[in-house]
Design a protein around this ligand. Structure first.
Ligand code: ZN
Length: 310
């Protein structure tokens, strides 16, 4: 008898695996190390072994959903630079391993957006979008309860929205001045260093070598003027990105997640303030909210991908 759905969130360091019942309740979760050797050829086998160890009878599993750190088009993983995968047919490989035809895959930021929409901050809304402010910036759009991936798997990739004209910092994508270069954890450090060089404002953050985005935000909360300037600046850019989301896919809510969002309402209120400066009046009821599921959004969303007629 089918009892379980498995949601798997593959990351560059670890793979998060969640075991759900057919009602979508998380029963158990665990992590395994991501072995990237030989272009990531061991990753799926390791995941299979780990699940099989937990559930000896794989016939009890209804389906498997995956979130992966790269673009996915028509269920083919186009590339995952972090993992060494290129044109990778995860669905066929894992279906063969498990003898289960219900294997689904999507980009991890999209999957997190789906997880938050169905099980987290977006409960009750069918149209949402999410921006994840972490080491990089991910984005995802959900319309009528379904992920929008677009012609090239790049729908909602707000991290690569150009926000700085001219000599912005180099982004991981090869462009300069993307949102990721000013509003990810690295981007926030970039802003601090840039402002520190230009400004005469003193800062309590004197150990410039070991500074982190978290330290900058904490200092801003305590009233540090330079850190506050940085926070105003990066939330301005995120607010601008939200305004673009609001008139392209018109979500009811825009969910802000990722490590940077742990600063809570201090950050969200500022993003909302700038968002409202750019807003088109018919979308004024769009809400900016904080993500709720933390790093479990990926496994929830991955499990939600599984085709289920229950
Ligand atoms: Zn970029």
């Amino acid at each position: 008898m089918k009892k379980y759905i498995v949601g798997i969130d593959i990351g560059g360091t670890s793979c998060k695996i969640g075991l759900f019942n057919l009602s979508g309740t998380l029963l158990k979760k665990w992590d395994i190390h991501t072995n990237k050797e030989e272009n990531g050829k061991y990753i799926l086998n390791d995941i299979y072994d780990s699940i099989h160890h937990q559930i000896p009878d794989l016939n009890e599993i209804y389906g498997y959903g995956f979130g992966v750190p790269g673009p996915v088009v028509k269920s083919i993983v186009v590339r995952c630079v972090n993992l060494g995968w290129k044109e990778y047919d995860l669905v066929s490989i894992f279906s063969n391993l498990t003898n289960n035809n219900n294997v689904q895959v999507q980009n991890d930021a999209n999957v997190a957006a789906l997880g938050e929409t169905i099980f987290g901050a977006g409960i009750g809304f069918k149209n949402s979008a999410m921006i994840t402010l972490g080491t990089g910036i991910g984005g995802g759009i959900v319309i009528d309860g379904k992920i929008v991936d677009g012609a090239h798997g790049a729908a909602g990739e707000l991290g690569h929205l150009s926000v700085i004209k001219g000599n912005g910092h180099l982004c991981n994508c090869g462009k300069h001045g993307c949102l990721e270069t000013v509003a990810s954890a690295t981007g926030i450090k970039n802003l601090f260093n840039d402002l520190d060089q230009k400004s005469n404002v003193d800062s309590l953050l004197t150990d410039r070598e070991h500074i982190s985005a978290k330290m900058i935000i904490e200092a801003a909360k305590k009233g540090d003027l330079l850190a506050l300037e940085v926070v105003e600046s990066f939330t301005y850019y995120v607010g601008y990105a939200c305004s673009i989301l609001s008139i392209t896919s018109n979500p009811a809510i825009i969910i802000i997640g990722g490590g940077v969002s742990r600063a809570g309402s201090f950050i969200i209120d500022k993003i909302d303030k700038y968002f409202r400066e750019f807003i088109f009046i018919p979308v004024k009821d769009t809400k900016i909210v904080l993500a709720k599921l933390g790093n479990e959004a990926g496994i929830y969303g991955a499990a939600s991908l599984v085709k289920y007629n229950g």
